[in-house]
Design a protein around this ligand. Structure first.
Ligand code: BGC
Length: 522
């Protein structure tokens, strides 16, 4: 391939004469379909998040695999509500998946860089399918946990590759919206799982949990098929030396002529050249000039999990049961929170490119904080510290569920989608794959942590658990306000401009491209 020595990403300035390039391009059908289908990779992740909580609240499932928890729940009605489900092995069932996802996202980093984004998605879908089948036919706890680990491997591959795929395909002005479809598909997955659980729990004979767990094979087949037919991203083609194909693909997905994609094409090739020179992306990530990206790739996913969202997502049915709801009402309430979660994500899909990332982050943070405290107060008033309660008046339960829903909706248009979008759009190509793996593994590590400790924390901290998470929500909202620059409307290969202009991060940026930055501090 002809090397484009001496050309830096960003050498082509946009017609606006602004401080970053404006590439021409429309939102074509081709890009819309590719991004939406690609983003559906989130389905497998979501299905999984939603399915385990419901399954672990099904008596026949508990009786078969976790008899001690079953006995505690069924036979000892007077037990403290806060500690009813506190079991290490039950927790391991939920959390093992995330540990596996953590490990596999590191492997996926190599595959995504070397073989392309689609290959990682395909591998993710296939491994996930194997896990679903194993789980559906599980006869002992070993099969169950081994199946969960396979599911985790699948999730690691998918979450590593999908956000990169979408960010690279999307025209930068619509990158936020298209990338948020990934989160939307996670929420669809969660909701479908909640609904499936609601119905399978009613299956006579008590084998409904097999349908719930085996049902994961359907989204897996879907995303494997999608990954098979999707086109590669132009970046990925350039990385593999397929220059002509990359050019044609760019024309096709941007819907403009060969001449008009020139600026973007040159920037992509330049970025790929820079990336090729980087032998050790992981080592590079430690360079001072990547400090802002490194910090964000760690803190954003960690803080996303410290919102406490998965307490609701994983354990909503268990949580509602602990609050004194009946079996059916608990599963139904989980469907409601799942529905709110999905619908509220549309606000992010349509709002991120309009209002910007920072506004959503900050509004969402404040709303979460208020309603988390409200939930804590409501639970404290009824359950106190003892947790001994036999019946909750219906109106009271409705208020609790409403507060939880308002909290969930805030997450759904802020930290949920942006926790994936922002990291995926701030990394330059040369470290993109490695940095995305850090984001995924940190996310999975904290998801694992929350899943692991939630039940014992509920037992120990009681209603204080919600206060615990709200403290983090307060911290993260201040963090965003002070440290996160706005990334809306900036082409992905031009992102260094935002750090250059930031009052704090600019000190980490090398001087050599000073002349390109003339904006005010963000
Ligand atoms: C998070 C998941 C969470 C889900 C809820 C995702 O962005 O990564 O941990 O369960 O949102 O919708």
């Amino acid at each position: 391939m002809a090397p484009l020595v001496g050309i830096k990403a960003g050498d082509f300035m946009g017609p606006s004469g602004g401080d970053h390039v404006e590439y021409p391009g429309k939102l074509t059908w081709s890009v819309l379909i590719s991004c939406v289908l690609g983003a559906m990779g989130g389905l497998i992740f979501g299905y999984d998040i939603g399915i385990s909580g419901g399954v672990t609240s099904m008596p026949t499932f508990l009786e078969k695999f976790f008899p001690s928890v079953y006995k505690k729940e069924e036979l000892d009605k007077s037990t403290n509500q806060y500690c009813k489900f506190d079991s290490q092995i039950l927790t391991l069932f939920t959390s093992s998946l995330y540990l596996a996802a953590l490990v596999s996202s590191l492997v996926a980093s190599y595959a995504t860089r070397r073989f392309g984004r689609r290959v990682s998605m395909l591998v993710g879908g296939l491994i996930f399918m194997a896990g679903a089948i194993l789980n559906a036919f599980a006869v002992n706890i070993l099969m169950l946990i081994f199946g969960r680990i396979l599911l985790g491997f699948g999730v690691g591959f998918a979450t590593q590759s999908v956000p990169i795929y979408v960010s690279e395909m999307a025209p930068y002005k619509h990158r936020g919206a298209l990338n948020n479809v990934f989160q939307l598909s996670i929420t669809i997955g969660i909701l479908v799982a909640n609904v499936v659980n609601y119905f399978t729990a009613k299956i006579e004979g008590g084998w409904g949990w097999r349908v719930s767990l085996g049902g994961a094979a359907i989204p897996a087949i879907f995303i494997s098929a999608v990954a098979w037919i999707l086109p590669n991203t132009p970046n990925s083609m350039i990385e593999k030396g397929e220059l002509q194909q990359a050019r044609e693909m760019l024309c096709r997905i941007r819907g403009v002529s060969d001449r008009e994609i020139e600026a973007e094409y040159i920037d992509l090739v330049a970025a790929s050249e820079a990336s090729r020179r980087v032998q050790h992306p992981w080592r590079n990530l430690r360079l001072r000039e990547y400090r802002p990206q490194l910090v964000m790739s760690i803190l954003i996913p960690a803080l996303q999990q410290l919102t406490g969202i998965n307490v609701v997502m994983f354990y909503a049915p268990v949580l509602f049961q602990s609050l004194g709801f009946g079996n059916n009402a608990s599963l139904f309430s989980a469907v409601i929170t799942g529905l709110v979660n999905m619908l509220a994500t549309f606000v992010a899909v349509f709002g991120t490119d309009k209002w910007g990332r920072r506004k959503l982050f900050i509004e969402g943070g404040i709303q979460m904080l208020i309603f988390q405290v409200a939930v804590a107060v409501l639970i404290a008033l009824k359950f106190g510290v003892s947790g001994n309660v036999t019946e909750l008046p219906e109106w009271y339960s409705i208020i609790v569920v409403m507060c939880i829903c308002i909290y969930v909706s805030a997450f759904a248009w802020s930290w949920g989608p942006l926790g994936w979008l922002v990291p995926s759009e701030i990394f330059p190509l040369e470290i993109r794959s490695a940095a995305q793996s850090i984001t995924v593994s940190v996310n999975m590590f904290f998801t694992f942590g929350v899943a692991e400790v939630f039940l014992s924390m509920l037992c120990g901290l009681k209603y204080g658990l919600f206060i615990f998470f709200s403290v983090f929500v307060a911290i993260m909202t201040v963090f965003i306000y002070v440290f996160l620059p706005e990334t809306k409307g900036i082409p992905i290969e031009e992102m260094r401009v935002v750090w250059k202009r930031h009052w704090y991060w600019k000190r980490f940026m090398p001087d050599h491209d000073d002349q390109q930055v003339n904006g005010n501090s963000v």
